[in-house]
Design a protein around this ligand. Structure first.
Ligand SMILES: *Cc1c(COP(=O)(O)O)cnc(C)c1O
Length: 373
C-alpha cells in the first residue's frame, strides 16, 4: 500500500476521552490527529521508523515537509510572495526577533497594547528602537479592543495581538495600517480559527501550542521582501533570512512539532477549512456567551471585543469562583481556572475543542447559576 492509502481520514469522532480540556495552552488537539500521531510515532509512512527517529534531511521528512507547507498554504491561501517558516523559542522569541530584524536603528515601531503579551512584545522592541503605543486598553484592565488607533508619522510597522489569551478579547478585523508601513501580528491564540487575508499583513507569527499543535514550534508567515530587509548585524540564527533560505532546516528543526502541525492543517482542511473552523467556533462561543449573558456571571470582556477563543468571567464572589471550579472539575471540565490578572474562570475553546463540550459547559453554568443565584 502507498503511504497515502494507509493515512486514512481525519474527519469525525471528536470526543471520547471523558475529560473536556479547557486549557489555555498547551491545549486540546483533535482526537483524529492524536490517533494519526500515535501510528506515525511507531512507523512513519510505512518506513519502519517513527517520526521522531528520522533524519530531518531524509526522504521521509522531505515528503512530510512538502506536505505540511502545501497544506498550510492551501488552507490560508498564502500567496507565493510570502515565506512559511518554522522557528523555535516560542512566540516570546518573536517579541525580540521582530524588532531585531524589522526595526532599523533610529526608527519607530507602533504597538497596540491590548494585554500581557502586547506588553512583553513592547518591552523587547524598546531594546532595538523607539516604540509608540498607538492605542491601549490598559486603563480598564484590557477589557476591550481599542477602536481609535493613533499611529506615529512613519512607523516601521504596526504590531498587534489579534487575540488576547489572558483577557479574552479579540480583534474582529485588522487595524488600519499607515501607508508605507506593514502589519505584524501575534496570532498565537487565534491563528486559523477563521478565514484570514494574508495579503493584509507583513508578517504573522504564532506559537503552535494553542491552535496548531504541540509547544516547541512557532509558525511564521512573512512577506519575502521583509525576510530580506534586515539591516542590523545579527547572529545567524536570529535572522529570518537564514531560516527562509534553508527551508527552516538550517539547524535541526523541531521535526515532531512541525509534523503534528501538518496533521492539524490536514484536519482543518478535511473539516471545512477556515470557514468551517469559523462556523464551529462561533457556535461554540455563542453557547457559552449565551449562558454568561443570562445573568449571575460577570463577563470580563466588553461585548464588542469578545474573543471566540478564550472566554473570561467571574462568579459574583471568590467563594463562588472556587465552588464553580471545584464542581466543574468533578464533572470532567478541566483547565477552567482563570489567569491571575483576571481571576475567576477562563474557558479556552480553540479550534480542536469539541462543540458538544461548549454546550455541556453552558448547561453546567446555567445549572450552577440557578443553584447559587
Ligand atoms: C501564549 C502566547 C504567547 C507566548 O507564547 P510562547 O510560545 O510561550 O512564547 C504569546 N502571545 C500570545 C497571544 C499567546 O497567547
Amino acid at each position: 500500500m502507498t503511504a497515502a492509502a494507509t493515512r486514512g481520514t481525519l474527519a469525525g469522532g471528536e470526543h471520547t476521552r471523558g475529560v473536556y480540556n479547557f486549557s489555555a495552552g498547551p491545549a486540546v488537539l483533535p482526537e483524529a490527529v492524536i490517533r494519526r500521531v500515535q501510528q506515525d510515532i511507531w512507523d512513519m509512512d510505512g518506513s519502519g521508523i517513527g517520526i521522531m527517529e528520522h533524519s530531518h534531511r531524509g526522504p521521509v521528512i522531505d515528503a512530510m515537509w512538502t506536505r505540511t507547507e502545501a497544506a498550510c498554504r492551501k488552507l490560508a491561501g498564502i500567496p507565493d510572495d510570502y515565506a512559511v517558516i518554522y522557528l523555535q523559542g516560542g512566540a516570546s522569541t518573536q517579541f525580540s526577533m521582530v524588532p531585531a530584524n524589522l526595526l532599523p536603528e533610529g526608527a519607530t515601531a507602533d504597538y497596540i497594547n491590548t494585554g500581557v503579551w502586547s506588553q512583553k512584545a513592547i518591552k523587547e522592541a524598546k531594546l532595538y528602537g523607539s516604540v509608540h503605543e498607538a492605542a491601549s486598553s490598559e486603563g480598564s484592565n484590557f477589557d476591550h479592543i481599542p477602536t481609535e488607533i493613533r499611529c506615529s508619522p512613519k512607523p516601521a510597522y504596526l504590531h498587534f495581538t489579534s487575540n488576547n489569551t489572558i483577557f479574552g478579547t479579540e480583534f474582529s478585523a485588522e487595524p488600519a495600517c499607515p501607508a508605507g508601513s506593514f502589519l505584524v501580528c501575534d496570532a498565537s491564540s487565534d491563528i486559523f480559527s477563521r478565514p484570514i487575508d494574508v495579503k493584509k499583513y507583513g508578517m504573522i507569527y504564532a506559537g503552535a501550542q494553542k491552535n496548531l499543535g504541540p509547544s516547541g514550534v512557532t509558525l511564521v508567515i512573512m512577506r519575502k521582501d521583509l525576510v530580506e530587509r534586515c539591516e542590523r548585524k545579527l547572529p545567524t540564527m536570529g535572522m529570518y533570512k537564514t531560516h527562509a533560505e534553508n527551508d527552516s532546516r538550517y539547524n535541526t528543526p523541531p521535526v515532531f512539532g512541525v509534523y503534528v502541525m501538518g496533521v492539524v492543517f490536514e484536519w482543518i482542511l478535511e473539516n471545512g477549512g477556515l470557514e468551517g473552523m469559523a462556523r464551529r467556533n462561533s457556535e461554540k462561543a455563542r453557547a457559552i456567551y449565551d449562558a454568561l449573558d443570562a445573568g449571575f456571571y460577570k463577563p470580563h470582556a466588553k461585548a464588542d471585543s469578545r474573543s471566540l477563543m478564550n472566554i473570561t468571567f467571574n462568579c459574583p464572589s471568590d467563594d463562588l469562583n472556587k465552588a464553580f471550579l471545584k464542581e466543574a472539575q468533578a464533572r470532567g471540565f478541566d483547565g477552567l481556572k482563570g489567569h491571575r490578572s483576571v481571576g475567576g474562570i477562563r474557558a479556552s475553546v480553540y479550534n480542536a475543542f469539541p462543540v458538544e463540550g461548549c454546550h455541556a459547559l453552558a448547561e453546567f453554568m446555567r445549572d450552577f447559576a440557578r443553584r447559587n443565584g
